[in-house]
Design a protein around this ligand. Sequence first.
Ligand code: HEC
Ligand code: HEC
Ligand code: HEC
Ligand code: HEC
Ligand code: HEC
Ligand code: HEC
Ligand code: HEC
Ligand code: HEC
Ligand code: HEC
Ligand code: HEC
Length: 309
Amino acid sequence: MRRLGPIEKLFILLSVSTIFGLATVRAESHEQRAEDATQEPTSAAPSDFVGSSACVTCHKEVTGEYSSNPHFRHDHNGKSTTCESCHGPGRKHVESGGDGAKIFAFTGTGSKEEDDICLGCHSASLPAFKHDAHTQAGIGCVGCHSMHTFKSEKNMLKQPETKLCETCHADVKPAFELSSHHKVNEGALTCSDCHNPHATVDKQSPMSVADQNQVCINCHIDAAGPFVYEHPPVRTEGCISCHAPHGSENPRLLTKSNVNELCTQCHTATPNYTEPGTKPFHNQKTQSQPCTACHSRVHGSNASSFFFK
Ligand code: HEC
Ligand code: HEC
Ligand code: HEC
Ligand code: HEC
Ligand code: HEC
Ligand code: HEC
Ligand code: HEC
Ligand code: HEC
Ligand code: HEC
Ligand code: HEC
């Protein structure tokens, strides 16, 4: 008789509490679950597992891509992922000639049961998943990933990534079509270059200035400093106080059509831009040069406290 792998044991534990309805209070923490999973199950035996080859005989429709599917491609340290690693013990299903009620099927409703099966193997790389905005909205692993009919080259996504995200987030799509935009629709960047689809709410839609800036700095090192003469808002208000992250009608993704309007949002009093006595180059009544024509190092400078070239 074959020894039970940890995943099969874990699955049995889940099955006991979900499918077969025996009252088990499922442990919340992963450590606890792993511990429980080592206990001998009482209602499912190793003989309840039939092995993948039995399944393949009836399910050619899902095994077409069998050899190219990452879950079956390799033998991982001597252990391979079988159909029953995800679908649970299949003997009753097989013996009944394929009774759909006798096998665990994924519905894609983001249930904890479904995600826990995936996390049984993937929790190490997805430690924060429980707090994800998507989980809270009822979108589990199967909301974005497909195990049998994936459409992306990598990561087994239901759709190529940008299309996947924009299907649900149609409201952000127009921004990527404005005259100045990050080239997401053109394929130069992806949503996940800036958003971690698996992380906490905060990191996914980076709410704190430090997180937001870090996202941008990954690609725009020049804007970040450190500088001898810092322009304080870069650090205190963040990149998105002046730039729209997805796209803008204004050049350089700026939030204002007129640079001077952007600057005078904060620089209201000194210099005074309208009163007599204002230096001619600052007088907005007579002079409409962009502020950045002179203060060109607007993110900060190592040479000039006025951010000149
Ligand atoms: C004798 C043929 C046969 C074998 C062997 C078989 N299945 Fe099935 N399976 C079926 C049929 C027929 C259905 C459709 C049942 C339905 O629609 O209610 C099905 C449905 C399913 C479903 C979907 C259930 C649902 O409710 O949508 C899953 C998942 C599944 N099988 C997995 C497996 C796995 C895993 C194995 C191997 C352990 C396996 N099958 C072996 C015939 C088989
Ligand atoms: C890594 C987990 C995993 C493994 C391994 C796995 N499945 Fe699935 N299976 C799923 C998920 C998730 C779905 C829901 C549809 C999808 O994601 O494509 C599914 C759906 C199905 C369905 C329902 C039909 C459909 O396309 O919706 C059948 C039948 C099925 N699997 C059979 C199998 C068989 C046979 C094997 C082994 C060759 C297998 N599965 C291996 C996770 C898995
Ligand atoms: C029995 C353990 C196991 C289970 C259960 C499992 N996986 Fe995996 N998964 C793996 C292994 C092993 C790999 C391959 C890693 C590699 O090739 O480096 C993998 C790879 C992946 C990949 C990456 C594919 C790629 O292109 O690199 C995704 C996405 C994934 N799994 C999602 C899921 C989802 C979603 C579920 C639940 C429906 C799930 N897995 C269930 C073990 C598992
Ligand atoms: C909102 C959509 C979304 C959801 C929900 C989601 N993923 Fe992903 N997943 C992605 C995208 C996009 C990638 C590729 C980009 C990346 O790695 O950040 C990915 C990559 C992966 C990878 C391969 C890279 C890695 O980080 O190891 C695995 C494994 C994976 N996901 C597993 C899961 C599991 C397990 C769940 C459920 C607990 C899940 N994902 C939920 C969108 C999602
Ligand atoms: C199946 C639909 C669906 C898919 C696919 C999806 N999302 Fe979401 N997403 C949601 C829902 C629902 C919420 C929570 C409600 C909301 O804030 O819009 C959400 C929340 C978010 C948030 C947080 C928004 C906020 O205001 O805090 C971000 C960022 C996000 N998703 C990005 C992505 C990215 C990037 C992808 C692709 C990898 C993706 N989503 C795929 C439906 C989806
Ligand atoms: C260049 C980095 C970047 C890229 C690429 C990016 N985002 Fe964002 N996104 C952000 C930042 C930063 C915020 C936070 C804006 C704020 O707090 O005002 C955000 C906010 C969001 C929000 C919540 C607020 C809103 O505008 O509705 C959603 C949803 C979202 N992004 C989805 C997406 C999707 C989907 C994609 C890919 C099509 C994508 N993002 C690509 C940086 C990016
Ligand atoms: C994955 C890399 C990447 C990330 C992350 C990223 N950008 Fe960009 N960004 C680019 C590339 C590449 C371009 C120029 C090419 C183009 O037009 O898309 C660009 C262009 C810009 C431009 C316009 C430059 C011009 O000459 O018009 C601004 C402003 C900008 N990014 C700000 C940001 C901000 C703010 C963030 C964080 C919310 C950010 N970027 C995150 C890659 C990135
Ligand atoms: C105080 C407003 C402000 C803040 C804050 C700010 N920028 Fe800018 N940024 C600008 C202006 C104005 C321009 C246009 C400069 C020009 O046209 O000469 C610009 C231009 C850019 C460009 C285009 C290339 C270049 O250097 O001229 C990139 C990329 C950029 N910013 C990224 C960032 C990033 C990343 C952050 C956060 C670390 C950031 N910006 C914070 C105002 C700001
Ligand atoms: C979000 C607010 C904010 C915006 C927008 C902003 N600044 Fe500033 N700027 C500051 C703060 C705060 C300081 C620190 C000195 C101060 O309090 O005046 C500063 C300092 C400066 C200094 C150096 C002043 C000195 O006394 O050394 C110059 C020059 C300057 N900014 C130019 C600009 C230009 C040009 C723009 C438009 C591209 C701009 N700023 C946009 C907040 C802002
Ligand atoms: C033709 C070049 C030029 C233009 C255009 C210009 N400045 Fe200046 N700015 C200077 C010079 C030179 C100084 C050095 C101090 C001085 O002589 O007043 C200065 C100083 C400053 C200071 C430091 C405070 C002070 O008075 O010492 C701020 C803030 C500032 N400028 C903001 C702006 C803003 C905002 C705009 C656009 C509305 C702008 N500047 C347009 C040349 C210019």
